[in-house]
Each structure stands twice: as structure tokens, then as C-alpha cells.
Design a binder for this molecule. Structure first.
Ligand code: HMG
Ligand code: MG
Length: 300
């Protein structure tokens, strides 16, 4: 494998991870999660999402969470924003970096943000203008890059077109999302290769869900193709509530273990990350755990 020996992990557990969990965690637990993540050496931690609370009730406490987290110098805490209303809410609590999101498939976009691809781009124009004026960095997500739960195949040319458009809009980084985890390594690599003909590789990231256990293999293929930014979610939580069949993101612990094993530096303390993943799993399954404990106690 060629160039740089450093990969930046974009930790999406507090957003992508928690948006699809049945367990509604209290804001203080989300804050504790992000604070723990901040101590692991991660450089980028997606903190929450200022989408409609009717659409994603799990993250309705975005403002409280963002206000409550310890902002460690050198760590960025981007938040998801779907429109100007979300942008205003994010700015009100001091967010300095945002992520906008659309998809390469029309059918998914309709379900996820109630808009066509073109309409979503139109919606982003005033957000981008405001962000530029405020000096706010914007990341762009393109979902369903390797398949759509509603339309099936997604042509690579559509992925390239949407990624190029997001880059032209002014997104500093474009994250290519396999939203339902249907990709396999050769397809992932071919998709990334095609996008990189139009958007510099240095401005690209990959975002794999792990529905069929392909995520690590896909990441490896994309690393070989030259990508150096990888999204992942601590303890493998996650999924989009509007993508039928979407399961967790690739686990950050697994990605970091693989990278370190390959001699690639991430700046992350794997032990601290693993401890954070175990802590989060206990928070998410606390009810079950306490019921089990009660049942065990009752039996003795
Ligand atoms: P809409 O219903 O078409 O919006 O939803 P609207 O503009 O017609 O407004 C309807 C109501 O929502 C109004 O309230 C607005 O004020 C309110 P009402 O008058 O009925 O009381 N509203 C908002 N409230 C708070 N914050 C806002 C906001 N916007 C409108 N920002 C909308 C359109 C985009 C808002 C909605 O569809 C939405 O929030 N969708 C988000 C869905 C989502 O979060 N999906 C998961 C994230 S994407 C993902 O996971 C994929 C990714 O991980 C990459 C990958 O895996 O591929 C990134
Ligand atoms: Mg995702």
C-alpha cells in the first residue's frame, strides 16, 4: 500500500449510532459518551444531529448534548444539519462544523429527507452560503453509494455526479456511505476509484455499515485505493431509521485494531476506545442487564 501512514477516524457513534437505537439514552449519558470518546485520541467526533425531532426522536436533545460536552482543543465535533432551520439550531449552541447529507438514490432521499436529490441540493445552497459567511466547515454525506433499500442498484455515475456536486458546493470532505452495507470490496473500490476521478482523494472519506460483515474488507480495499479518512461507530452501533434493513456501522474498535495491526497510525488509544465501547453497550442494554441481574438474584 502506498502513501501516508496515518488514517483519520471520524467517530459517528453518538450520532449514527444512537439515531437508530430503540433505547433512548438520557442527554447526560450521551454527553458522558462523547467526553469519553474525546479522551481516546480521536480527532473528529460527530456529536449529534439537528434534524427534525419528529423524524429522529432519539436525538431530540441535540442542543442540550452539544452544550454539555467538553470541547477538547484539537478535536472537532461536527453535527448533522438537514436545512437552514437545523443550521440555526446548531449555531445557537456554538457548533463550528456541520455535515449536510443527501444520497445517490432518489428513492432513498424521499424516504430520508422528504426531498429529491435536486431539491436537497437547493436546500443546501442557503446553508452553505451562511456557513461560508460564519466560517463554519461543512462535510457532505452521499448515501446509498453501493445500493439502495428501495431502488436496488445505484449506478456509479449517479454517485460520482452527486459527490462532485457536493464538493462544488464547498464541502471540504465528502463521505461516501454504504447506508445498508450491501457493498463488497471490488465494488467499493471501483466506486471510490470513479469518484476520485472527479473529487480529490484527499477530500474523500468512506462510511460503511456492516450488514453482511463486509465493512472491514471494504475499508481495506478503499485504503489500498488511497482513502485516508474512515467513518466508524464505537461498539458498532448505528443505522439509518429510514433505510430498511440498515444495521450497525463498522465498529471503531475493529477498524483501529486492523489499522494498528497494519502499522497505520490513528493517534487513538485502542484500550480506551474498547473500554468506551463496553461502557456504551452496558448503557444501551442496562434495562436488559438489570432485568437479568434481578432474575438471577431471584433464583438464588
Ligand atoms: P419535512 O417534514 O419535509 O420538513 O422534513 P418541513 O420543512 O416540511 O417541516 C415540517 C416540520 O418539521 C415543521 O414543524 C418544521 O418546523 C420542522 P411543524 O410546523 O410541523 O411543527 N423541522 C425541523 N425541526 C427541527 N429541526 C429541523 C427541522 N426541519 C424542519 N432541522 C426534514 C424534512 C429534512 C426536516 C426531515 O425529513 C428530517 O429531519 N430528516 C432527517 C432524517 C435523518 O436524520 N436520517 C438519518 C440521518 S442520514 C444517515 O443516517 C445516513 C448517513 O449516516 C450516511 C450513510 O450511512 O449513508 C449520514
Ligand atoms: Mg450511516
Amino acid at each position: 500500500m502506498t502513501p501516508s501512514n496515518h488514517v483519520r477516524i471520524v467517530e459517528v457513534g453518538a450520532r449514527d449510532g444512537l439515531q437508530n437505537e430503540k433505547t433512548l439514552l438520557p442527554a447526560e449519558v450521551k454527553i458522558a459518551l462523547i467526553d469519553r470518546l474525546s479522551s481516546t485520541g480521536l480527532q473528529t467526533i460527530e456529536a449529534t444531529s439537528f434534524v427534525s425531532p419528529k423524524w429522529v426522536p432519539q436525538l431530540a436533545d441535540a442542543a442540550e448534548v452539544f452544550r454539555g460536552i467538553r470541547k477538547v482543543p484539537g478535536v472537532s465535533y461536527p453535527v448533522l444539519v438537514p436545512n437552514l432551520q437545523g443550521y440555526a439550531r446548531a449555531r445557537e449552541v456554538g457548533a463550528g462544523e456541520i455535515a449536510i447529507f443527501t444520497a445517490a438514490s432518489e428513492a432513498f432521499n424521499r424516504k430520508n429527507i422528504n426531498a429529491s436529490i435536486d431539491e436537497s441540493i437547493e436546500r443546501f445552497l442557503p446553508v452553505m452560503e451562511q456557513a461560508r459567511a460564519d466560517g463554519v466547515q461543512v462535510r457532505g454525506y452521499v448515501s446509498t453509494v453501493l445500493g439502495c433499500p428501495y431502488q436496488g442498484e445505484v449506478p456509479i455515475s449517479d454517485v460520482v455526479r452527486v459527490a462532485r456536486r457536493m464538493h462544488e458546493l464547498g464541502c471540504h470532505e465528502i463521505s461516501l456511505g454504504d447506508t445498508i452495507g450491501v457493498g463488497t470490496p471490488a465494488k467499493a473500490r471501483a466506486m471510490l476509484h470513479a469518484v476520485a476521478q472527479e473529487v480529490p482523494m484527499a477530500a474523500l472519506a468512506v462510511h460503511f455499515h456492516d450488514t453482511y460483515g463486509q465493512a472491514l474488507a471494504n475499508i481495506l480495499a478503499c485504503l489500498e485505493e488511497g482513502v485516508r479518512v474512515v467513518d466508524s461507530s464505537v461498539s458498532g452501533t448505528g443505522g439509518c431509521p429510514y433505510a430498511k434493513g440498515a444495521t450497525g456501522n463498522v465498529a471503531s474498535e475493529d477498524v483501529v485494531y486492523m489499522l494498528h495491526g497494519m502499522g497505520i497510525n490513528t493517534g487513538i488509544d485502542l484500550d480506551l476506545l474498547v473500554a468506551t465501547g463496553a461502557w456504551l453497550a452496558a448503557q444501551l442494554h442496562k434495562d436488559t442487564a438489570s432485568r437479568v441481574t434481578r432474575a438471577r438474584t431471584a433464583m438464588t
